[in-house]
Ligand binder design. Sequence first.
Ligand SMILES: Cc1cc2nc3c(=O)[nH]c(=O)nc-3n(C[C@H](O)[C@H](O)[C@H](O)COP(=O)(O)O)c2cc1C
Length: 369
Amino acid sequence: MHNRFFKNKPFYLAPMAELSHRALRELIEEFGGCDAYFTEMISANALFSGGPYEKWYIDTLPNPQKCVFQLVGADSDALAKAAAYLDSFECAGIDLNMGCSAPLIRKTGAGAAWMASIDRSGELISKLRPQVKRRLSVKLRIGFKDDFEYLVRFCRRLEQEGVELITLHPRLVSEKFKRLAKWEYVARLKNELKIPVAGNGDISSAQDFIRRAQGNCDAVMVGRAAVQMPWIFAQAREIEKEDNSNTCLPSPQAQAEHDLQKQFLEYSAVETLKGARKRVPPNVFAGRAPPALEEIGIRFLELLSIHQPPDFHISRAKRFFGFFCDNLKWGNYLKNQINREESLSGIEKVWKEHFKTASTIPDSHPENL
Ligand SMILES: Cc1cc2nc3c(=O)[nH]c(=O)nc-3n(C[C@H](O)[C@H](O)[C@H](O)COP(=O)(O)O)c2cc1C
């Protein structure tokens, strides 16, 4: 892995409804952070309905200059008004959701529905562009059909109208999460555009992250794996740093050390999940040893109770633990138990109980293969 050109490509947290909010950002920051945090999608219409949740949606902490608001909507006037409003806060930019495949969203003409018409989308961007002084970006999928030429024409129009970054989740709208993301589309799209192209989809480990960053893309975005492993960005950076320090004609001895260190980093990732603090060198996670999995879960519940409105606590905790439990051998059983709870304290009790009684070795650990 001796490619000096992938060094420091930006790593992004994906926008995820009910997940990409301040509590998760705080947790990721505690491990060392990432380069941009896309928020969960914010409905342009709902933003001005005077609802009680607005202040939670516009919370850009703990790192406003890295926060990208993602907007969803079908009405170009409402989107332009919402974009101007959100742009008035300190943030990294405004992103437009043109990729959401959920039928409820698409039926209204929002999300991936925009991809059905190049002109409608071009006109939307021309309306939005003057309202946004910060970076204006779009997140999308391949489209309704496997038609690369159409995707290129669509993205070129966005580029002409002033979009500055495109994130491609390379699946068809109809595929939802089926089949594998077609990362070759990210590389091909990047060759066709002047603006940066970020790739997103199916990254499941820090090693995977680095592999994608080495490919033909300008940035790498991760969603589900960042919920399951909030330390994934920090871990990927550490592996990257270590790989890049060996880019100049390594001597056989340096190469041997490099390989050993790499094996150790991979091993320590597994150890982290086991909660074996003392075996993880302090430099692996932004200058400090990572806490054990049990502690991370409890910390998330604490952050959730502080940084999200009470009405959202249970649904968001269940969403989070739905992914977080995938680190554990008895994860599915535990998920079901958590899903039966009706309070954060109940979830915490079940979570703690699990660690008293069950093995914490993840399924991926060599002992379980
Ligand atoms: C629970 C959940 C909610 C999501 N919400 C959004 C969203 O609000 N906006 C959006 O553009 N994509 C959304 N996505 C899609 C992700 O941003 C991302 O494109 C997708 O999960 C693929 O990346 P991954 O394989 O790294 O998870 C969501 C995905 C999940 C799993």
